[in-house]
Design a protein around this ligand. Structure first.
Ligand SMILES: [Zn+2]
Length: 163
């Protein structure tokens, strides 16, 4: 879990008003990505960024209740301590005009997603869980991570154990 002083706000999630925070280098890169998306006619918004253990614990408990077992829940939500969101380098992206596609497989079909697929890498972002990923996590077209500096890259591309 990232220390509070290492984080910067990238805005609020429009559905809940919750402030979305990322590690400073990732926050700066996100703002560049957002600006470029806007210039291309897309309303890129942050949905979820850094999460504390407590917050992830609540999400996981809810996923267990919804999906019926730990085994099913882990395909949707990482257990507390294992989420990329703890690092402060991962975030869920959304389309400002399409709330129904937030954190939903249908996000893959919005024009913004096609734009991200072609442009996000320029700003240091990559999709964490592509289809049939080795981590065994469901395809998450909305979940991206920053790998634009050496620290972030080493975190995600060395051990491969973090989810
Ligand atoms: Zn996520």
């Amino acid at each position: 879990v990232a220390p509070r002083q290492a984080l910067a706000s990238v805005g609020k999630y429009r559905q809940t008003g919750r402030v979305v925070r990322l590690r400073k280098p990732a926050a700066q890169a996100f703002k560049g990505l957002q600006k470029a998306a806007k210039a291309a006619g897309h309303d890129l918004i942050p949905v979820s960024g850094h999460r504390t253990l407590e917050y992830q614990k609540n999400l996981f408990e809810r996923a267990k209740a919804k999906h019926g077992s730990v085994e099913s829940a882990v395909r949707w939500v990482a257990p507390p301590g294992y989420s990329e969101h703890h690092t402060g380098y991962a975030l869920d992206l959304g389309d400002g005009a399409r709330a129904a596609t937030d954190v939903d497989p249908s996000f893959e079909n919005v024009p913004l997603f096609a734009w991200l697929s072609g442009n996000a890498r320029t700003f240091g972002f990559e999709i964490s869980f592509p289809p049939n990923n080795p981590q065994g996590v469901n395809y998450e077209p909305w979940h991206w991570r920053y790998v634009g500096d050496a620290t972030a890259r080493a975190l995600f591309h060395s051990t491969g154990t973090i989810k």
